[in-house]
Design a protein around this ligand. Sequence first.
Ligand SMILES: Cc1cc2nc3c(=O)[nH]c(=O)nc-3n(C[C@H](O)[C@H](O)[C@H](O)COP(=O)(O)OP(=O)(O)OC[C@H]3O[C@@H](n4cnc5c(N)ncnc54)[C@H](O)[C@@H]3O)c2cc1C
Length: 388
Amino acid sequence: MNQSYDIVVVGAGPAGSTAARYAAASGARVLVLEKDRDVGYPVRCGEAVAHEGLVQFIEPNPQWIASTVTQFRLVAPNGKSTIPTLDGAGYVLERRLFDYELAKLAVRHGAEVVTKAYVYDLLREGKAIAGVKVLIKDKPEDIRAKIVVGADGVESRVGKWAGIDTTCHIRDMESCAQATLSGVEVDEDTLDFFWGDRVAPGGYLWVFPKGRGSANVGIGISVEEAKNKSAVKYLEEFIENKYPNASTLTRIAGGVPCAKTLDRIVKDNVMLVGDAAHQVNPVSGGGIISGMIGGMIAGQVAGEAINKNNLGLLPEYATRWHKRLGWRHEAYYSLKEGIANLSDETFNTLVDQMEALTPEKRTLGALFRSAMWNQPSMLLHIAKIFLS
Ligand SMILES: Cc1cc2nc3c(=O)[nH]c(=O)nc-3n(C[C@H](O)[C@H](O)[C@H](O)COP(=O)(O)OP(=O)(O)OC[C@H]3O[C@@H](n4cnc5c(N)ncnc54)[C@H](O)[C@@H]3O)c2cc1C
């Protein structure tokens, strides 16, 4: 490891490794610093991704895919369910191996990755940011860099150190808990989503198959709801009820910023990507692929800036991100409240209305139209999207 690089990336999650890969591919000298001993562990994720999102970056490989899914089922509060027709497929990943693979890809493109490297501050020269301060195997080091990419996840501090307002309003922070269970009977090709005030008020509970009788069973509810009863408690009750004899292999809890992208994701020579930039889909809470898209764009722009010796190009990252996905997340954000406010009765009605259709007409579009008719206030949120 050297003491000086073009670009230092803080965090080797999907967003950081992807930023490093694309920056290194353009010829920049890139270092990734990861605080944990292992890339990809611990896993704090339901691990579901869509096929078309994934293949933009990497060919699906059975080595890091636990299940291939072809459908999803929506389970209403009254227990009735419907399976909307879907065009694409998806996967439940083994994130531990997947993140590892992404880090290897970054290295193959020329980046260096160092683990057990905890970044604790930015390195400054006068007012300018000149790199990072890091504890490598507990030894303090100063690493110089022309650009710092903060890919340090939901608890990101790089942005704050750079003076970016990274606050996530409490109403936008989802409190999540998940257990990986073994010894459960699940449909191996189906993602299950459970709705309702009893199961997951204002959010949803998921059961994602992980192959050979195991599954990720998790829940995301707003932090405000979790004040009354924690996400962990809802999850435990669901598991006791539905899978009383299952073995629990892992338990995790964590937050997801289901917000719009931060107003600023570039400041001077610091760029934020992935959860650190709030690039999560505000409705689903999915952030793997969107974080990789953010990482890719940031890596490309950072590489261009290094090649042209012009850091003034960095704001182009924010422009390209908003054109590619940021605008869509803003639209989803407008719908989020409408969806969270759907009552149990409305969910029950939606599922009944879907089931009354012939299977080929049970599309997501049909579900969405029913939701609008049953909850006219959703029209207001949609109007906001088109008028803003
Ligand atoms: C319970 C739960 C379920 C989820 N389910 C899904 C799902 O099914 N599908 C989906 O798409 N998304 C899901 N998400 C969201 C998804 O996990 C994140 O959006 C995604 O991991 C973001 O990637 P990232 O690279 O931005 O951050 P992370 O994956 O969090 O990576 C950040 C990295 O930075 C490192 N780091 C942090 N601080 C420092 C530091 N100071 N120095 C060095 N390294 C540091 C961390 O150790 C970590 O490795 C879920 C989230 C949760 C909590």
